[in-house]
Design a protein around this ligand. Structure first.
Ligand code: F6P
Length: 341
C-alpha cells in the first residue's frame, strides 16, 4: 500500500513523533510505502509531496513543529477541491491518507471519507478540545510552557505589587487556561465557556493584594465578559471561519488598573505555547497514536480516528471527533474557583 501523510492546522509539539511512529510501524512491520504531503490539505490539493521514509524520520522525535509543514487550507471551500484531491491521489498512486490535525483538518477528513476516500485521523491540538479522545498530544507541552511562565510571573508580580495577566491560547475551550491556572496557582482563571463579571474579577484582585500577595490572572484568548458589560474587538476570519483573537489581556490590564487603582500588566504567551520540544508525556502519546494509525490503515479501516480512552488507544468514528467541541464542563471550572482571590 502507498500511504500519504499530512499535518494540518496550527502546529503542535508531537507532530513529528506521530509521523516517525506511523512511518516506522507502517514500513518495518506492515511493509507499506509512504509519501509526505506538504502544508496540510494544500499538499493533496496541489499535489505537493516530499519523500517520507524511515531515513527522513530519523532524529525527529524531540523536534517541535512538523517536517511536513502545515496550513489552514480548506479544500472543501475550493471549487472542485475534493475532485482535485481524488485525481491527485490517483495519479500519485496513494491508496490511503493519514491526516494529523484538529477539528478543521479532521472535519475535511470526515468529508473526504464520506466521499469514499480511505482516511484515518490522528487528533492533534494544544487546545485539547477534540471530542472522542480524553487528551490530544501537544496539550501537556502547552500547559507546561504556561506553568513555567506563571511560576516566573508570581515572583516579579510580588516584587512590584502588580496584578499580572497571562493570556493563553484557547479560542472556544479553556483547557490550557484551566490546567495551567490550577497548576500555577492562579488567583483568577477566565475561560471562553463561562462569561466573566469584571466587578468580581476586580474583587479577587483586591482581596489578593489585601493578603500581601500579588494576583496572577490566567485568561484564555477567547474569554468574554458578561453580555453588555464591556465591548471587545474582533479580528479577521481564517479559511475555516475562525476569528483571529487576542486582546483580552490588554483589555483586562486597562480595566483592572482603572477600577482597582493597582498597576496591571499583561503577558501574552502566544505561539511560544506551540513551539519547541514536546514533553515526555506528549512524545509517548503522539508515538502511540502514530503506531495505532499505521495499524488502522493496514487493517483497511477508514473514517476513523485513533483516540485515547483512559490509558488505551482505541478507534472512534471521525464524525464523533469533529461533531462537537470538547469544552470545559462547568463543574471542572468550579473546582478551580475555590482558589480564586
Ligand atoms: O488551534 C490551535 C491554536 O493554537 C489556537 O489555540 C489559537 O487560537 C490558534 O491556533 C492560533 O492560530 P494561528 O497561529 O493560525 O493564528
Amino acid at each position: 500500500m502507498r500511504i500519504g501523510v499530512l499535518t494540518g492546522g496550527g502546529d503542535c509539539p508531537g507532530l513529528n513523533a506521530v509521523i516517525r511512529a506511523v512511518v516506522r510501524k507502517g514500513t518495518v512491520v506492515h511493509g507499506h510505502e509512504f509519501v509526505g504531503f506538504r502544508d496540510g490539505w494544500k499538499g493533496p490539493l496541489e499535489g505537493l509531496t516530499m519523500p517520507l521514509g524511515v531515513t527522513q524520520t530519523r532524529g525527529i522525535l524531540p523536534r517541535g513543529g512538523t517536517i511536513l509543514g502545515s496550513s489552514r487550507t480548506n479544500p472543501i471551500k475550493v471549487d472542485g477541491g475534493v475532485e482535485r484531491i481524488e485525481a491527485n491521489l490517483r495519479e500519485l498512486g496513494v491508496d490511503a491518507l493519514i491526516a494529523i490535525g484538529g477539528e478543521d483538518t479532521l472535519g475535511v477528513a470526515t468529508s473526504l471519507a464520506a466521499h469514499g476516500l480511505n482516511v484515518v485521523g490522528v487528533p492533534k491540538t494544544i487546545d485539547n478540545d477534540l471530542s472522542g479522545t480524553d487528551y490530544t498530544f501537544g496539550f501537556d507541552t502547552a500547559v507546561q510552557v504556561a506553568v513555567e511562565a506563571i511560576d516566573r510571573l508570581h515572583t516579579t508580580a510580588e516584587s512590584h505589587h502588580r496584578a499580572l495577566i497571562v493570556e493563553v491560547m484557547g479560542r472556544h475551550a479553556g483547557w490550557i487556561a484551566l490546567h495551567s491556572g490550577l497548576a500555577g496557582g492562579a488567583n483568577v482563571i477566565l475561560i471562553p465557556e463561562r462569561r466573566f463579571d469584571i466587578d468580581k474579577v476586580c474583587d479577587y484582585v483586591t482581596t489578593r493584594f489585601a493578603s500581601e500577595f500579588a494576583p496572577i490572572l490566567v485568561v484564555a484568548e477567547g474569554a468574554q465578559p458578561l453580555e453588555g458589560t464591556m465591548e471587545l474587538q474582533t479580528g479577521e476570519l481564517d479559511a475555516f471561519g475562525h476569528v483571529r483573537l487576542g486582546g483580552i489581556g490588554q483589555f483586562l490590564e486597562r480595566e483592572i488598573a482603572a477600577r482597582t487603582g493597582y498597576e496591571a500588566r499583561q503577558t501574552v504567551l502566544g505561539h511560544v505555547q506551540r513551539g519547541g520540544t514536546p514533553t515526555a508525556y506528549d512524545r509517548v502519546l503522539a508515538t502511540r497514536f502514530g503506531l495505532h494509525a499505521a495499524d488502522a490503515v493496514n487493517d483497511g479501516d477508514s473514517g476513523v480516528m485513533v483516540a485515547l480512552r483512559g490509558t488505551d488507544i482505541v478507534r472512534v468514528p471521525l464524525a464523533e471527533a469533529t461533531g462537537e467541541l470538547k469544552t470545559v464542563p462547568l463543574e471542572r471550572y468550579e473546582e478551580a474557583e475555590v482558589f480564586f482571590g
